[in-house]
Design a protein around this ligand. Structure first.
Ligand code: IPM
Ligand code: MN
Length: 371
């Protein structure tokens, strides 16, 4: 298969981790005789430095004409500490999501057997936890009208959803559940918010088309607690934009490190793949960032194009590196493996190692990203 991949490495640790996933994708291309072409463009704080725009037109155009976007991370402390900044790196990512119509953000979370001891949660509570969060990505409070009064003492962010936005998301979540354990949990705040009540009505209606899928509901405050005390109850979590942002960071502690969580953002025409962690500026350039979330995002990219065996091989190589303790220091404090060494190890496994034969019945990472 031939794929044109736009690479938006971004800020902080973005470039160093993305370099590792490109290496891994090149290894897959070599092993399976695919042609993957990579073209880079700037985004985020580094784009502001160069062009005063966090998403220059050239970057957006490249993404629009590519088959997929491989995204690193954005953000810089000089903006975090300056609430008055009019131009912010995050605006680049939000605009990109909107412009590409990436309405569904898919974040799989599972407890890695080898890392059970690394989670701050008790191993018996998280062992076997395996869920995927379907977060709506282009609506809600992130994108509603924002106001700031002239004296800057009153501000508002409007949360808006249409039934149509909820419907397209809900179908994706139910289809994913049918390929997993047939359960969808809608996370909302329907006891308080009108938008949440619209979510509930709309989702209940659509659930009738999927009689084999069990649907339950949790208020987001309760869901945040359930995530910690009994994460095994979750299969597919369906939720709106901001609740999904918050509970997916929370869920990352189940995996043992936020450096392991990948995500896919998909729409009707475009798809973008990125780790859920941020730009981690304190680690930038030190070679200590965990490249696995980015590498697993590359696996989700392949899965999106139905390259299931290729995706599963990356997954198997990642599992093997964790099993063999070839990992960065967020996972193993004593480890001296750098970002680059972990990437090279995984690349090597893909290129040379015949042991990575994978079980053909289990080729999916657990979620359909193809719509
Ligand atoms: C994420 C991030 C973004 C979000 C930020 C960087 C705008 O936290 O992808 O989860 O809030 O969506
Ligand atoms: Mn987030």
């Amino acid at each position: 298969m031939k794929l044109n991949i736009a690479v938006l490495a971004g800020d902080g640790i973005g470039p160093e981790i993305t370099q590792q996933s490109i290496k891994v994708l090149k290894a897959i291309a070599e092993r399976f005789d695919h042609e993957f072409l990579f073209e880079e463009a700037v985004v985020g704080a580094s784009a502001i430095d160069l062009t005063e725009n966090p998403l220059p037109d050239a970057t957006l155009d490249l993404c629009k004409k590519s088959d997929a976007v491989l995204f690193g991370a954005i953000g810089d402390p000089k903006y975090d500490n300056n609430p008055a900044a009019k131009v912010r790196p995050e605006q680049g990512l939000l605009k990109l999501r909107k412009e590409l119509g990436l309405f569904a953000n898919i974040r799989p979370v599972r407890a890695f057997e080898r890392l059970l001891e690394h989670s701050p949660l008790r191993p018996d509570r998280i062992e076997g936890a395996d869920m995927v969060i379907y977060r709506e990505l282009t609506g809600g409070i992130y994108f509603g009208e924002k106001t700031l009064s002239e004296d800057e003492r009153e501000a508002s962010d409007l949360c808006v959803y249409t039934a149509e936005e909820i419907e397209r998301m809900t179908h994706l979540a139910f289809e994913a559940a049918q390929k997993r354990r047939n359960k969808v949990t809608l996370v909302d705040k329907a006891n308080v918010l009108e938008t949440s009540r619209l979510w509930r009505r709309t989702v209940k209606e659509i659930a009738k088309d999927y009689p084999d899928v069990e649907l339950d509901f949790l208020y987001v405050d309760n869901a945040a607690m359930q995530m910690i005390i009994n994460p095994k109850q979750f299969d597919v979590i369906l939720t709106e934009n901001m609740f999904g942002d918050i509970i997916s960071d929370e869920a990352s502690v189940i995996g043992g490190s936020i450096g392991l969580l990948a995500s896919a953002s998909v729409g009707k025409e475009h798809a973008l793949f990125e780790p859920i962690h941020g730009s981690y500026p304190q680690a930038a350039g030190k070679g200590i960032a965990n490249p696995i979330a980015s590498i697993l995002s590359a696996a989700m990219l392949l899965e999106h194009f139905n390259l299931l065996e290729e995706a599963a091989i990356i997954q198997a190589a990642v599992d093997k590196s964790l099993e063999m303790n070839i990992c960065t220091s967020d996972i193993n404090k004593e480890s001296s493996y750098s970002t680059e060494k972990v990437g090279t190890f995984i690349e090597g496994l893909i290129l040379d190692n015949e042991d990575l034969k994978i079980n053909g019945d289990n080729l999916s990472l657990g979620q359909a990203t193809i719509i």
